[in-house]
Design a protein around this ligand. Structure first.
Ligand SMILES: C[S@@+](CC[C@H](N)C(=O)[O-])C[C@H]1O[C@@H](n2cnc3c(N)ncnc32)[C@H](O)[C@@H]1O
Length: 223
């Protein structure tokens, strides 16, 4: 599915949602290069999308290969409600909400994807999440994490101001701690390594025109 078809199908599926939801989803779809992440995910096996938001990437994962078993999770009840609307009819994806019982013992993921979520957590929670993912992953499993790296650049300043608007003013995004806490690439590399991940690779992602965000994708393995 090319980028335009992907965006169109997502917005069609959200046709009955509020204008705010559609605007938020449109912004996410046009500013983040989901298609660039897709080839890094194996075509089969259990894939967790942690902090799935509206489930945009979960949709792409599930639609691209029916052999993937996608588990999407987000702590926002509203986001997961919308994700269930968006993902309706896809048999290989399940959306979990904080109120659901999560069948922990059976579902060991082959890949865990976390796209633009860590900036909402404190340093201690980031470390805790990465460590929990390490312990849940299958052997030879992979974690894929997208961040906007904290760095001295106008791109970073604009990203920070955007999140100030989205998280603090509009409250479109859930931050339980009410913080915006972007991390440097070095910080993330260090916690991945401290938690036991190896073969840590870094990829630069370019935001689609005319967006300014600089995303970095970390891909790391559990032996
Ligand atoms: C910028 S959105 C990204 C959503 C989605 N990953 C995407 O790429 O479209 C950040 C998401 O992280 C979720 N989130 C906030 N705190 C979280 C936590 N502690 N664990 C997992 N997700 C969290 C928010 O509810 C929100 O949906």
């Amino acid at each position: 599915m090319d980028a335009n078809n992907f965006r169109r199908s997502m917005l069609d599926r959200l046709a009955s949602e509020t204008h705010v939801t559609k605007l938020h989803a449109w912004f996410r779809l046009t500013s983040f290069p989901f298609e660039a992440v897709l080839p890094l995910v194996p075509k089969e096996g259990a894939i967790y999308d942690v902090g799935c938001g509206f489930g945009l990437f979960s949709y792409l994962l599930a639609k691209d290969s029916s052999k993937r078993r996608v588990i999407a999770y987000d702590p926002s009840l509203e986001k997961t409600r919308v994700a269930r609307v968006l993902l309706a009819g896809l048999d290989n994806v399940t959306v979990f909400r904080p109120t659901d019982h999560f069948p922990r013992s059976r579902l060991r993921p082959k890949v865990v994807v976390i796209l633009d979520v860590l900036y909402l957590l404190s340093p201690r929670k980031k470390r805790f999440l990465v460590r929990s993912i390490f312990s849940r992953l299958q052997r030879s499993g992979t974690v894929i994490i997208a961040i906007v790296p904290k760095e001295p650049s106008w791109r970073y300043v604009l990203s920070f101001l955007q999140e100030l608007l989205v998280v603090k003013c509009l409250q479109w995004t859930t931050s339980r701690m009410n913080i915006i806490n972007f991390e440097t690439e070095e910080f993330l590399r260090r916690i991945l390594s401290d938690c036991g991940f190896v073969a840590i690779q870094r990829h630069r992602l370019t935001a689609p025109f005319p967006f300014f965000h600089r995303h970095t994708l970390f891909v790391a393995k559990k032996l």
